[in-house]
Design a protein around this ligand. Structure first.
Ligand code: OSB
Ligand code: MG
Length: 378
């Protein structure tokens, strides 16, 4: 695996202290999916300070509840304090950070935050990143897709689609569940023949919903995580029962092993990579590598990240040269105020990876939204 042999993995690291900074960032509006309604963005920001006072930040992007993944924010804080911090304390090179965390099962979002913070401390010391070494071509301008929450009426939805199309979003993803009427979309899709559409069910369809799932599949668009995670058996049944079904996996794919399994079972047509869900930057690059080698379409998802997590997503997205769009909308779509000095903006439906991949935290703004802070001394 080439991403395993990147020289960056051997970069020395040292740790003076790890800060666990919990923030509560106001959102622009509410977002409704099958998972629930989200009104503000709670996140755990990890700051890694090395012995020469170079520092970097990482974002733990899991939800405050266990409705997307088992990991939730309060618990992730405990996992970092009681298990991840003791495990990484004494790491001597970048790859050690991920390797030492392997003995702790799960907690991928927390691990990704710690790894990203270590990565940031190296970036601030050397000015280089792991992305600089990944041997694939990159886009300078990354196309942006929009993830649209469940809307109160067909009229509102139509209007939102019109707005997103006017703003040049290159793909519109609708949140769905078995409670949503598939007929709502038939006309809508016809009215925007040049727009790319997809659906995201967040694992809400089960074996008894195959008729309804078939109706969505008949619309000819890919469906993200139609069935619950850890149910590749249901993906197999659904693929056999519904020939039109095209599956993008999100929640299911927590590691390279399950990705390879899903691929060999032919139940995955596309992969959504989120660095938090897969446990970090190194794991994300390994997955991109697998997708490129196997011609599996891949794009980068989102968890409503602040500018910190968003910058990692943008870097990863720049390698997905064939993707229609990624869930990396501009900061202003999510937050009245982001915690970075240069919040992400979109031009012509694209974000500039060189500019927004290098996020710097505005520590005064970070402090303004901090609700708790704990310092762990190495
Ligand atoms: O399923 O992709 C998802 C946000 C939180 C949890 C799960 C998901 C999402 C999104 C966010 O769809 C999309 C975005 O960040 O714009
Ligand atoms: Mg999803």
């Amino acid at each position: 695996m080439p991403s395993n042999s990147l020289a960056f993995l051997n970069q020395p690291v040292s740790l003076k202290q790890l800060d666990l900074i919990e923030i509560d960032l106001p959102q622009v509006g509410e977002f409704q999916s099958a998972i629930g309604i989200r009104k503000s963005r709670k996140a755990l920001i990890i700051k890694w300070t090395d012995r020469d006072d170079f520092f970097g930040f990482g974002e733990c992007a899991c939800r405050p509840d266990p409705f997307y993944s088992p990991e939730f924010l309060e618990a992730a804080k405990l996992a970092v304090e009681h298990f991840l911090f003791p495990a990484i304390n004494g790491a001597e090179q970048y790859s050690d950070v991920a390797t030492r965390m392997e003995k702790i099962r799960g907690w991928n979002f927390a691990k990704a935050a710690v790894e990203a913070a270590a990565h940031g401390s190296i970036r601030s010391r050397l000015g280089t990143t792991i992305f600089d070494e990944f041997p694939h071509s990159r886009l300078n301008h990354v196309p942006v897709g929009i993830s649209m929450g469940i809307q109160p009426s067909a009229e509102v939805m139509f209007q939102k689609v019109q707005e997103a199309t006017n703003e040049k979003y290159s793909r519109i993803k609708f949140k769905i569940s078995p409670k949503v009427n598939p007929n709502l979309y038939r006309e809508l899709l016809q009215q925007f023949p040049d727009q790319h559409f997809s659906f995201d069910a967040n694992g809400t369809f089960t074996a008894k919903d195959f008729d309804q799932l078939n109706e969505f599949a008949q619309l000819g668009k890919i469906i993200e995580q139609p069935l619950p995670p850890t149910r590749l058996d249901l993906c197999l049944l659904a693929k056999a029962a519904i020939p039109a079904l095209q599956i993008c996996l999100d929640e299911e794919i927590t590691g390279i092993g399950v990705l390879k399994t899903a691929h060999s079972l032919q139940v995955i047509d596309e992969l959504n990579v989120k660095p938090g869900r897969v446990g970090g930057l190194t794991n994300s690059l390994e997955m991109l590598q697998f997708c490129f080698e196997n011609d599996l379409p891949v794009w980068i998802g989102g968890m409503f990240e602040t500018g910190i997590g968003r910058s990692a997503n943008i870097n990863l997205a720049s390698f997905c040269t064939d993707a229609t769009g990624h869930d990396i909308s501009p900061s202003s779509r999510y937050f009245p105020q982001d915690i970075v000095t240069d919040p992400v903006t979109m031009e012509d439906g694209k974000v500039d990876h060189a500019r927004f991949g290098e996020a710097e935290v505005d520590e005064a703004i970070l402090e303004k939204y901090t609700i708790s802070k704990k310092t762990l001394k190495a």
